[in-house]
Design a protein around this ligand. Sequence first.
Ligand SMILES: [Zn+2]
Length: 138
Amino acid sequence: MSWFADLTPYTYHEHVGGEPEPNTLNIGWLDTGMEFSTGECDRDFVARLRDLCRDGVNRTRGLYRCNLCSTSAFGGIWPPESNRVASPGGDFVVGGAEIRVTGADGTVYAAPDMIIHYVERHQYKPPEQFVAAVIDRT
Ligand SMILES: [Zn+2]
């Protein structure tokens, strides 16, 4: 997966041959060695984010593994433990799709579906405007 700083213009899909997506910002494209904000996230936000990640867009055939997890976390099983999300509505696999969330001001946020793993396992705390967009989503 590629690293992009939070709140920079999203160009990844266009880069790989997709249509440009104007007014879209990157969120949660984390990579090892790059700093990201951490902290406690609102439980309602996490629950809503989990639901969003279950139904990702721009699905690819392969699976990206979390590069923040140590390699020992993969354990030779498939899908890797780092790609599995436990959910009250049924466990699911992330790492092969993205999500889109539209804020009240019309800004669209593009994140890898693995963002839920980053939030739950690596204490990633996304920017406030993204959190608000996810919570306000009806
Ligand atoms: Zn991880």
